[in-house]
Design a protein around this ligand. Sequence first.
Ligand code: DGL
Length: 264
Amino acid sequence: MTNKQAPIGVYDSGVGGLSVLQAIHAQLPSENTIYFADQAKVPYGERPLEEVRQLAESVTRRLMQEGAKLIVIACNTASAAALKHLRALHPDFPFVGMEPAVKPAAEQTLSGKVSVLATPSTFHGELYASVVERFARDVKVYQATCPGLVRQIEKGFLETPKTRRILEEALKPMLLEGVDTLVMGCTHFPFVIPLIRKIAGEEVRVIDPAPAVARQVGRVLEAWNLLNPSGTLGKATFFTSGDPKKLQSILPRLIGIEAEVFKA
Ligand code: DGL
């Protein structure tokens, strides 16, 4: 029987999933979490989907060995590549994944023009095509891959001139076309929302799916009878396949947490 006190596994190629981790701790404060950053392999977004699927399979197996009671694939690219496959492989285990938040964007846009910011692999996946097909019939959807942005965010360069240049190149043409809603379709990108607002203006809607994903985690835990009833504040544990010191030094800047990071 699964222990309700067991941690929620949260997995991303790097620091992006921390945006989701933060929302999970905010909404489900009693839950313990175990975060896995596959930084030896970041960025995922330029790798073939088949390779990302294999990486996701081995990381999720590891999180299960660590005792995770549910795994959040806090990475759009890994969700696009592997979520269906992981559910088929482990039918008795709960997963929560990411999908580009095209539905709320289509509901909220006034101009009828929205843009998804995501990695090339996410755009290549079936999941993205199906979301656009289901929810964006009446709106025009633009796409931006923002080359180099994931690497900048991995380094903690959230407001440097290069980061600004990457975002300006991606956003300015579509803003000129009348895009009024931007979907964060990569979990790294919410960390540059303040800069996006400086470039795009405060009136542009920016959709970060993290709070909705955290609510979904709560619903799934409830449905599987896995909510932690302890009432005490949950603990977060961090692993990386990359350099633990680097991740450790960037945690306070990204999510305001000081914690030891372990080598995976
Ligand atoms: N954070 C990831 C995503 O949501 C992927 C970034 C990357 O490794 O390319 O797509």
